[in-house]
Design a protein around this ligand. Sequence first.
Ligand SMILES: [Zn+2]
Length: 331
Amino acid sequence: MVGTQINGAPHAGTSLVQSMAFATAARLHDRHGLPVEVRFSALDNAPHELVTDPASGHRYQQAYAQVLGTDGITDLVGNLYRPLFDALSERLGVPYGVEAYSRQQATVLFRETWLRVLPRLDAARLWLAPSTGVPHLRVPCPYSCGWAEKYAQRTRVELAGRGLAHVSAVCLHHGPYKATITPTGGGYLDLATLYRNMVKELAALAETGVLQVMVKGADWMPGSLLVDGAHQAVGLTPGQLPARLFCPMIVAETGAKLSKSLIRSGEAALPAGAEPWMLDTRKWPGTVGEFADRLLNLAGLLLSHPRHFFRSYSAAELSRLMSVPTGSPTT
Ligand SMILES: [Zn+2]
């Protein structure tokens, strides 16, 4: 399982995590004869527009899913991500599937999991929202406007029996509204990151016969400790916690994560040693096939020793590693 916020162009760090997911799946298949599949979770609940409501001063957001719609999200994933996935899949013989978050939140499994954990949420709330104690749930306005209060200040959730919850909130344009959540329908469930990961992982554990491995960048490591705390607060034992694989992070020369948003907003220049394609992989100076080959070569280097995973790599080092000839010794 490899999830990515689909806001903007893919970033080198994202491509690295995705290629590591494919490379690791291929190794598991080769070593243990297990059937493997990469599942790409396209987080289309990422904010597309953000405004401040002049009346309340609260921030409001419209997510990609609400702005682009199902076809728009399919096109976006098809343009930005599928070419690399197709190349990786073809080279390794590892199949993949794409699921948008919008589709996942609509599944009976996800909604039942959320409804089941709701009565125990109080025990987990400080894990999921350490600063406020209130894990955010956004249910965008149903009157086809799709705005939701970013921090859900005026969103209330009430469990109304087994398999039924009522949510009330306030729209930027339409005022107060209500939504009903059932396992098969009702309002769109947009959960804040830690909260969403808890529900997603609980749902994954409920799928029998499949071991789901969450593949993430190392910047998610502190977050996963909080999610594990939440899991245990709602009743999991440590042995039931999900399997995760953390991939190395790409950092600027300051040691901070190579951030496309900071650079794009003009707050930082392209760091020393970084190349334009690292912030927008469509600028890779070659074919997608060559990009996939380089990434898999790099994955081979990183997989040659576990210690390579518990490190970050500078943009300059990434540049060097991506230019190492294919099949050269793993040094
Ligand atoms: Zn509205």
